[in-house]
Every structure is written in structure tokens, then in C-alpha cells.
Design a protein around this ligand. Sequence first.
Ligand SMILES: [Zn+2]
Length: 318
Amino acid sequence: MPRVLLGKRCNMMKLGTYVFLPERADGFDFHLFRVKPEVGRRMPPQPDMYSNIAIFGDNVTARNHPDWISQSPLGPAWRTNNNFNVRWDILCHTQPEHRAEQLDYIEDVARNSPGVWLNSIHFAEHGHCTCPRCNERWKKSGLSWLEWRRKEVTDYMAQVSERVRDRAKKKFVIGVLPDPVTSYERFGINFDDLAPLTDEFLVVMFSKNYATPWYWEMLTRNFKKIFKEVPLNISLYVFGPGDDPKEVATPSELLTVSVRMARAGVDNILYLTEKKSQMYDFQKAAVGLKDLRERLSSYGQQPVQDYLAKVADWAKVL
Ligand SMILES: [Zn+2]
């Protein structure tokens, strides 16, 4: 009999709430309260709600210590840096004062609530962090750059896990970003390293306005890693046969997703329509989106510039 790969649940499914205010809605099995979200403000933990803490995404600490911001060849991890998917300011992963303060804070929160669920446990993105301290720690480690980052994340999570599980004797959950294949290259995360340190994983799937470009870019990175040297073509539906005009992607969504795929390394992009007139409609709309194209030009380096130049050239043939 062929074995069918089906997700087997560990326990009876529960439903929870995930909230910014310490208010428990009825009809749920558990509640997760954002004690310290990425904006960096801190609220008192609740005895009957799990506590959610973001460690390195921390706008308040970044504002107070701008020199602690994570560094990279494409600039620091301020939330205004469009080269990365950073929605908040992200600190260097090895900043010793922040690491120590967060360890004590997390243990204290664990003692005053049923457990701790973490976010933002990792390096900001690919290429981070290149501050002098990180460079020195990397060189001293004797490891490759990616393996050194993995060790930093795993070792720090082991310390946090010890504080929550062993000292405070509370439940501990590690949150990760939605990228099952290239989290190692991007964030320094190895899931097998973290599994023994955590009771459960949380995968944070973002809001709709963030989700589409995120997932398209992530899938591009994932396929590039799996296909290795074989070039990756991706096709996007502009207008398929029988498509409802109200359901198809807008030209601005198509341009945004294309740029995000370009910076993630896609080799070629195909646009699918039923007929030529629909393609011309898309091209005309794309050429007309001057403000968007201007904004997208800050989203990456040469591959993004090359893509946007081709779109601009459509003005000559229409
Ligand atoms: Zn650093």
C-alpha cells in the first residue's frame, strides 16, 4: 500500500485568540496576548493568557539605541528599508545588553503567565548582520557564515528555553516566519535545532495586504534553492480563459509580485492571457503606474532595475 502523507494531529485541535488587548473572547480554548509586540511597547502579563513576546523586532529599543540596529550590505534593518521584508526595526541578533535584558524579561513574564510564545527570534533577513561584533564572532567561530548564524540563533533559543521551561516551568512556543525551505539562508533558523527546545511551533501568517507578495517571493526563493542551477521560469495569470474580471489580479499587484520575485532570483517571468488585446491592456496599465514603479525601484538591486526597465520599455511599443 502506498503511504499517503497526511498531517497527523498531536492532540485534539484547540482554537485560540491572538490579541493586542488583554481581553478574553468567549468560545475559545486559550488566549495569546501580545505582551510585547514588535512595536516594542510592553504590557503587564495576564495570569490566564499566554504571553507573546517579540525579541529582536523592537521599535522602542531601536529608537533608544539606534546603534543596535542590524546591519547588512543592503543597509540597516530599519522598517523603511525596502530591500527587505521588515515591517519593524530589527536589532542585531548578538547585541549583548539586549540579549541579557530579554532573557530576564522573558523569564519574569513566564513566571507571571501560563507560558511564553516568541516572535522575532532570528536574524533580520539574508545578509544580516554585518556589524563589527557579528563579523568578529563569525571569524572566531571558524564556521561558514550561514552555519555561524544558525549557531547564534540556536544557542540563544536554548538559553531562552531553559529560562521558560526549566526555571519558570511554563509552556514555551517558538514562532517562525512562513518560509519552510529558506529560513536557514534568510534568518539563520534550522527547524531541527529548535524542535527539542520548544513545546510547539507557531507559524505567523500575515494579513492579506502583506501575504501575497510575501508568499510569491518566498516560493521563488524556495524553488530557486530546490532547482539549484536550472533556471526558474514563473508564469503569472493576467487573464485566463473564463476568468471573472473581478477576480483577476490587478496590474499593480502583478507588478509588485513580479518585482518581489525578481529580487528573489527568478530567471524569467511569463504573463498569461487568452489573447493579445488583454496583454496590451495589462502593458498599458503597467506603463501608467508611474508612482508604483518609482516606489518599487527601491525594492532591490540590479534584477529589480532590469525588470522595471523592461516594463518602462513597453511605452515604446504600445
Ligand atoms: Zn550584529
